[in-house]
Design a protein around this ligand. Structure first.
Ligand code: MLT
Length: 265
């Protein structure tokens, strides 16, 4: 099994047929994991604010998201795990639209399986990816969402955590082959005793702190707080469901949904 890391999304363009893990540590991946943990029954993704408002009206859903860190007009919540934990979501569905993370997820819709990973669910996500890849003979590709197409320290440190877990989990198989970026992020992760430090000094960490959401850095750094592994279903509309532990069902769900994929334009 090959384990590779795309340090920016464009490096994943040529990947075919692998189990992908998308990491937007600050904050889309952490928000998605948190929404499912808070019992959100249906979680939809929207590429644009207009689309988000349309889907929310149709589904009676909360509007969650940001543009450049700020809450868009008529949205109920920011893309903020800390704010969502304080809220009462009343079992309503949610629509999430973010500057970058939701777009990266949408662009990977052609992959057989797309999971959402972050520090909050790192071990659970690595276990799910290893199980699906082993059962179906796929490689594993981790995609760091980055910031405006550039390397993001917070995503890379979270990727290092997940690669480290994967190495342990698939050690009994023929040893996994690690791409250079996978080797690099493991070393990068080891450079921080506490990942909070890396998150706080990253570009995204400094942005959310400057906008008064420093508590998101603390919440997102809660390593292995969650056992939830979000799984992309390409729609329409594009949505996220919790991975239920069945590798075959995960692949089948993604394949069936792709037949109706509206993001292919
Ligand atoms: C995104 O998806 O663009 C990010 O998570 C940005 C943010 O949360 O501020």
């Amino acid at each position: 099994m090959q384990i590779d890391v795309a340090l920016v999304p464009s490096q994943a363009r040529a990947w075919r047929g692998c189990v992908c893990i998308v990491i937007d540590e600050l904050r889309a991946s952490s928000t998605i994991t948190t929404l499912l943990d808070l019992g959100c029954p249906d979680l939809f993704l929207a590429a644009t604010l207009t689309e988000a408002r349309r889907v929310a009206a149709a589904k009676g859903a909360w509007l969650v998201g940001e543009r450049h860190g700020r809450t868009p007009r008529r949205f109920d919540f920011n893309n903020s795990p800390a704010e969502l934990r304080r809220a009462s979501l009343d079992g309503r569905p949610a629509v999430l639209s973010t500057t970058n993370g939701t777009l990266v997820l949408g662009r990977l819709r052609h992959q057989p399986v797309v999971l959402v990973g972050c520090l909050l669910n790192a071990l659970a996500c690595a276990e799910a990816a290893a199980a699906i890849a082993t059962a179906r003979g796929y490689d594993i590709g981790i995609v760091c969402a980055g910031t405006r197409g550039r390397f993001a320290l917070d995503d890379a440190v979270a990727a290092g955590e997940i690669v480290r877990d994967l190495i342990r989990l698939v050690a009994a198989e023929p040893a996994p082959r690690l791409g250079d970026a996978a080797l690099g992020v493991v070393r990068l992760r080891a450079a921080y005793t506490d990942p909070t430090e890396a998150l706080a000094m990253s570009t995204a960490g400094r942005l959310v702190t400057s906008l008064g959401a420093a508590d998101d850095v603390t919440v997102c750094a809660e390593l292995d707080h969650s056992r939830t592994v979000p799984l992309l279903r390409p729609g329409p509309p594009l949505s996220i469901v919790p991975y239920a532990g069945d590798p075959d069902a995960a692949v089948a769900a993604a394949t069936t949904a792709r037949l109706f994929d509206p993001w292919s334009a």
